[in-house]
Ligand binder design. Structure first.
Ligand code: AMP
Ligand code: MG
Length: 336
């Protein structure tokens, strides 16, 4: 997937505030490692450095393992092997991790009427090539690629945990959701090892555990849209919550003065052009990550409606579809 290469900028910067030990003998440790093609960060509080390092290593190891399952860049990943089974009339048994991510993806695809769709791989690959060549794809090619896309062509069997891809040449792409899941899983590893006070981040996606000692939460800076006149960055304090951001600030293709996002509208086959930055806070990062991409595609009206209907989720949107910058937030955002 290199889910990841896609976000060139570190958009949310987590800063653990300075902390004076008060009775409890905990020290703050920070680790960084490249996984899934981008830097992942872990900040945690532990009794000593050995415990801290071993726990961080175990969490990074879990992310690396998930990359082997969920990556669309790695041709040997479980996901890539599943893609190659497309159109062969085969229902393929999948691992619990792949099942969890695909089940969550399909539920969101249903809810968004296919605005969020992990079968979008052929279109994403077409836009990646277009970016390399600096040339828009032709109408015929786009039509061909669109015919390979559609979440209804992916059949999940909940009893058997099998997946069947009904059309030939389908390609799954979990770039909009896998990093969120990986961050959640890394935080779970830390918790299971007795490290509840932790923050795990992969680019703009972060999962926060218990807050640092004497702090209301982990201090997170929400990136601002990189356009003149956009509102300044906001600061949030998160505990046992997750945050994710999507937008064409991070990856885009500019041709003929038009800026196309790496996020594709599966209904048109085109990269989004309405310059937006969507930030979602939710109870876990698989939800926040997937919703951020979904709301980017749905736009403000349908997007905010989806957020209001999702328990415990909040959204903040900055858009510049034309001359004027729009700034919107869901009803629960203020609480964050
Ligand atoms: P994110 O940065 O989380 O918004 O994810 C963007 C990535 O998700 C893209 O680079 C593609 O790999 C993938 N993607 C693009 N469009 C869609 C879509 N409509 N639904 C699901 N995934 C998408
Ligand atoms: Mg996403």
């Amino acid at each position: 997937m290199n889910i990841s290469l896609r976000k060139t900028a570190l958009l949310l910067v987590a800063l653990a505030s300075a902390w004076e030990a008060r009775g409890e003998n905990l020290t703050r440790f920070a680790f960084e490692k490249a996984e899934m093609g981008l830097p992942f960060h872990i900040t945690l509080y532990a009794a000593d450095e050995t415990v801290a390092r071993q726990s961080a290593d175990a969490a990074f190891e879990r992310i690396a393992q998930l990359n082997g399952v969920l990556s669309d860049y790695d041709s040997g990943s479980e996901l890539s092997r599943l893609s190659l089974s497309s159109g062969q009339g085969k229902a393929v048994p999948v691992s619990p991790d792949l099942w969890r991510v695909l089940e969550c993806s399909q539920a969101l695809a249903e809810k968004t009427d296919g605005a969020f769709d992990v079968t979008v791989g052929p279109l994403v690959n077409t836009w990646r090539r277009a970016r390399r060549k600096q040339e828009l794809p032709g109408a015929e090619l786009l039509a061909e690629m669109r015919s390979r896309v559609g979440f209804k062509n992916m059949r999940l069997d909940a009893a058997l945990h099998t997946v069947e891809l009904l059309k030939p040449e389908m390609r799954l792409d979990l770039g909009a959701i896998a990093k969120g899941y990986a961050v959640d899983e890394a935080l779970s590893v830390l918790r299971r090892r007795g490290i509840p006070i932790a923050l795990v981040g992969g680019s703009g996606d972060m999962a926060a555990g218990d807050p640092p000692p004497d702090q209301p939460g982990w201090r997170i800076e929400v990136a601002a849209l990189d356009l003149p006149g956009a509102p300044a960055a906001q600061i949030l304090f998160l505990k046992n919550r997750a945050i994710a951001t999507s937008g064409d600030v991070f990856q885009r293709l500019e041709i003929g003065g038009v800026r196309y996002s790496h996020i594709v509208d599966p209904h048109t086959g085109l990269g989004l052009t309405d310059h937006s930055l969507v930030t979602i806070v939710a109870s876990n990062c698989i939800t926040a990550d997937s919703l951020a991409t979904a709301v980017s595609v749905l736009g403000p009206d349908r997007g905010l409606k989806l957020i209001e209907e999702t328990p415990d989720a909040a959204a903040h949107l900055v858009r510049k579809p034309a001359e004027k910058i729009e700034f919107l937030e869901s009803s629960r955002w203020k609480r964050e």
